[in-house]
Each structure stands twice: as structure tokens, then as C-alpha cells.
Design a protein around this ligand. Structure first.
Ligand code: ADP
Ligand code: MG
Length: 300
């Protein structure tokens, strides 16, 4: 059997079945970051993301933006757990012929993001490779009461997303801002039941929440704010790398959240969590509704 026949998520499930985990692992494989016992009041978060030339960025892309993206992806995962980022190690594979200027600019991008989000860069590894590869592992911390998992969605929760979705491939995937301040306001002020950041596409990532929570959902097309870069709603909900947040909270808090939302970033209430029933129902703009397959982007 080939990896592509199994699929990215089945492959990850296969790894997680045979893995050792001690009592200090609160949540291992299966969320945006691992959750580990740490101090009396806080958990340690731990995540890693890899960018590969030709896949996640191109040689023609500005090096500074590639650096920016590499750390921002990991910060977005920490934000999706409700936490704050702390320490990063950066492993780089560079071809020997690479211009030193490229490497400097890449690090300039990483350092700017680190400065802005108060991340300490504390190590890494440098190797030569045929293509440019960047892997960042990042720790974070979250107060125990503010930890949000994918698995907490409850029946009748309102489903929200931040920002506009779709078509990030045009440019936004390189210069997005991780929704850290938004996530922190959410977890400190509301009873958020589940949260994820959009890396594989709205449908697939909401699908992860529903699968982990064993729930279904109804989504309204007219409530989803589609980016001007997207080619319509149907592809926008499948496009990856929006790095927006999807979260759910009890319906009774939804109005309060909408009226207090202090950010310029758009907040959209796009649907509702349903009990038991698997998958999505989509209510189209014309009022017709139907089932929709949650497949988004996968790596194989
Ligand atoms: P995200 O898009 O939020 O970064 P992923 O879809 O990459 O999340 O990963 C989902 C889960 O699977 C995470 O818990 C991640 O740590 C885990 N995971 C992904 N790849 C591997 C791997 N090769 N070995 C072990 N765990 C993995
Ligand atoms: Mg994520």
C-alpha cells in the first residue's frame, strides 16, 4: 500500500495507535499542539510545523515572508489551544549554493514575528539539503482553565470563524497574522468549547472538531465571509492555509460575543453544532440544504 492510498489523516491515526505516552501527556497526537503537565496552574503546549520549498512556498517568494510564515504557523497552533507562545527551535535545510542574503532575509522574517509575539528563539539545527526546508518547533503555555481542545464541541454550540476564508494561496498564506490576541480574548472572557486553526480548509478543520467531538453541524453559506482572493464559496471552504480560527461556544453567549468583539478582524457566526449526526448539512443561499463531504486539503 502507498501512503497516498492511506491518506494523511489515516497515516497519523496509525502512528498514534502504537505510541507510548506517560501520565504527563494530557493530550498527545490529535490536536493543534500537544498538551503536557507543567506547573500547578498551567499546561505546556508543544507543536511543530515544516515548510518545504515548492510545496508551502516557492523560491520566488520573498524570503522574509517565508520566514514570517514559518513561525506564524506554529503560533497559530498555540493560539488555537488558547495559549501563548514561548520558546522556539528552528531547523533549516539550505542548498549550499543559496545566497547568504536569502538566509538573512528569512531570519529577518522569523525574528520580526518572534519579537512581535514575544517568542524566544533558543536553538535549532542547520543542514544542507537539495531544497529549502524550515521546521519550527514551538512551546507555549496555557492556564489550565483556558485550554481549548478540538474535542469539546457541544450540541447547539454556535460555530464562529474569524476573518475571510479561501484563496490564501494568492498571497495571504505568506503574510497572515496568527489570531493570538483574538484567541486570548476569547478564552479569557467566554466559555469556548472547542477551537482549531484553519490549515486544511474550513470544511476539513471543522470536520476535525466534529470528529473529535462526535458531533455534526449545519453551516449557512450566506454567513461565511469569502475572501476576494477565493474563486467562490465551494472552493473557499476547501482551500487550506487560511490560519483563521474556528471555534464553538454555547448559543446563549453568541450575541454577547458579537456585540463585544473588539477587533477589526471579522467575526462570523456560520452555523450550529448538531448532536450525533455525522457530517455537515449546508444551507445554500437559495435556502436549499444538503449534505456535504468534509474533505479538505490533505498532504497525500
Ligand atoms: P495542524 O494542521 O494543526 O498543524 P496536523 O494536521 O499537522 O495539525 O496534525 C494533526 C495531529 O497529528 C497533531 O497532533 C500532530 O502533532 C500529529 N502529527 C502529524 N504528523 C505526525 C507525525 N509524523 N508523527 C506524529 N504525530 C503527527
Ligand atoms: Mg492547527
Amino acid at each position: 500500500m502507498k501512503l497516498k492510498d492511506l491518506g494523511e489523516f489515516n497515516f497519523i491515526n496509525r502512528i498514534s495507535e502504537s505510541i507510548r505516552s506517560s501520565g504527563r501527556v494530557v493530550k498527545g497526537i490529535g490536536d493543534d499542539a500537544a498538551v503536557l503537565e507543567h506547573t500547578k496552574n498551567k499546561y505546556l503546549l508543544f507543536t511543530t510545523d515544516m515548510l518545504i520549498e515548492g510545496k508551502h512556498f516557492h523560491k520566488r517568494d520573498k524570503a522574509e515572508l517565508v520566514g514570517r510564515k514559518s513561525l506564524s504557523c506554529s503560533i497559530s497552533d498555540i493560539a488555537a489551544m488558547g495559549g501563548v507562545p514561548r520558546f522556539a527551535v528552528i531547523s533549516i535545510g539550505f542548498p549550499g549554493y543559496l545566497d547568504l542574503k536569502y538566509a538573512d532575509k528569512l531570519y529577518k522574517g522569523i525574528k520580526k514575528v518572534a519579537e512581535r509575539f514575544k517568542v524566544d528563539l533558543v536553538g535549532g539545527d542547520t543542514v544542507s539539503s537539495g531544497k529549502i526546508v524550515i521546521n519550527i518547533a514551538l512551546t507555549g503555555e496555557v492556564e489550565k482553565e483556558n485550554l481549548i481542545l478540538r474535542s469539546g464541541a457541544k450540541e447547539n454550540d454556535a460555530i464562529f470563524i474569524t476573518g475571510n476564508i479561501g484563496g490564501s494561496i494568492k498571497s495571504r498564506h505568506l503574510n497572515f497574522t496568527p489570531r493570538l490576541k483574538e484567541a486570548r480574548i476569547l478564552v479569557k472572557n467566554f466559555k469556548i468549547n472547542s477551537m482549531i486553526d484553519i490549515s486544511d480548509g474550513l470544511l476539513a478543520d471543522l470536520g476535525h472538531i466534529l470528529e473529535e467531538s462526535d458531533k455534526g453541524a449545519v453551516i449557512c453559506e450566506k454567513a461565511v465571509s469569502v475572501s476576494k482572493d477565493a474563486t467562490g464559496f465551494d472552493s473557499a471552504i476547501r482551500d487550506g492555509e487560511d490560519f483563521e480560527l474556528i471555534f464553538t461556544l454555547p448559543e446563549r453567549y453568541a450575541d454577547k460575543l458579537e456585540s463585544m468583539w473588539p477587533f477589526k478582524t471579522r467575526l462570523s457566526r456560520i452555523g450550529r453544532v448538531l448532536n450525533g449526526s455525522k457530517g455537515f448539512t449546508l444551507v445554500r443561499k437559495n435556502g436549499k440544504s444538503g449534505k456535504i463531504n468534509p474533505a479538505g486539503f490533505t498532504h497525500f
